[in-house]
Design a protein around this ligand. Structure first.
Ligand code: FE2
Length: 290
């Protein structure tokens, strides 16, 4: 365990102090990640031209997915397509070169593959209205996402929560999917999310050892305001309600399968290496999850 400091480190100092653990986790991530190709998962033979190139434009009669599959895929592709916003947040907080930028680059490339495979699948199978999907994508990226700029540990906690939630959402979507090729895509994405979650989770554990009070405060704040990204789907409402009604992601699942396992992993309720600020933060966490 690393020795706690007497005064809080700055973000730059914390990034430097965490660098070795970040290197270890970057190497672990790359070593554990299985290469996969998005084009392997797309039924290209089912694709055909739209009217612009002499084919036929989309009509609702062409959409073959069930409501649950369509909602899961639409929400996932819109969140994944919003990648530049998340990249911007991460790059702003982890603004130190070396392993941090390497990690952000790797994470961004993996997330982009998720958007690519889902979009290609939806376009070749004509499962959703491509014009509407594009309209919502532009709208969501322009207006629908805002996040406060966060300090380093806050950002690590937020992304540990986000990726754990994304892994869970994709696992559940795979379980419920009636279209087996889409289920395979969700399963593959879930594996990536889970591995990414491990990186962020391990970095939070290391931050707790270096700066226990500050890290406990970050955990309390981020758990208190944690919510998965929400997309407004035209005529259908908020993605959080749609996912909840479909049984893909519910508040109870978030509490039991995202927040509580992470708190356990970080030994939040067993640690005794912090001061009054950390104790106050832990009390807040205890009352919010009980
Ligand atoms: Fe992810």
């Amino acid at each position: 365990m690393l020795a706690p400091m007497t005064s809080p480190k700055t973000d730059a100092e914390l990034l430097a102090a965490l660098e070795e653990v970040a290197e270890e986790n970057y190497d672990r991530h790359v070593g554990a990640a299985q290469d996969w190709e998005s084009h392997d998962f797309v039924p290209w033979a089912e694709g055909r031209n739209f009217a612009f190139l002499g084919g036929e434009d989309w009509t609702a009669a062409q959409a073959g997915l069930t409501d649950v599959d369509r909602i899961a895929a639409t929400v996932s592709v819109l969140i994944a397509d919003n990648l530049p916003a998340y990249h911007r947040d991460l790059a702003f907080s982890l603004r130190k070169k070396g392993v941090w930028w390497k990690w952000i680059g790797r994470w961004t490339a993996e997330e982009n593959r998720h958007a690519i495979v889902l979009r290609d699948f939806l376009m070749t199978t004509r499962a959703v209205d491509p014009v509407e999907l594009e309209r919502v994508r532009i709208e969501y990226m322009t207006e629908g996402y805002s996040a406060p700029s966060l300090h380093v540990v806050d950002m690590l906690v937020k992304y540990a929560l986000d990726e754990t939630a994304a892994g869970l959402r994709h696992r559940r979507a795979a379980e419920l999917a009636t279209e087996p090729r889409l289920a395979a895509i969700f399963s593959r994405i879930a594996q990536d999310d889970e591995l990414q979650a491990t990186f962020f989770r391990n970095l939070v554990s290391a931050a707790l050892d270096i700066e226990p009070d500050l890290s406990m405060r970050a955990i309390a704040d981020r758990v208190a305001d944690f919510a998965v990204p929400v997309v407004e789907l035209p005529g259908q409402g908020s993605s959080s309600t749609l996912l909840e009604n479909a049984g893909i992601y519910t508040p109870e699942m978030q509490s039991e399968q995202v927040v509580k396992p992470l708190l356990q992993e970080w030994n939040v309720f067993e640690r005794n290496d912090f001061g009054a600020d950390g104790t106050a933060a832990r009390d807040e966490i205890a009352s919010s999850v009980s």
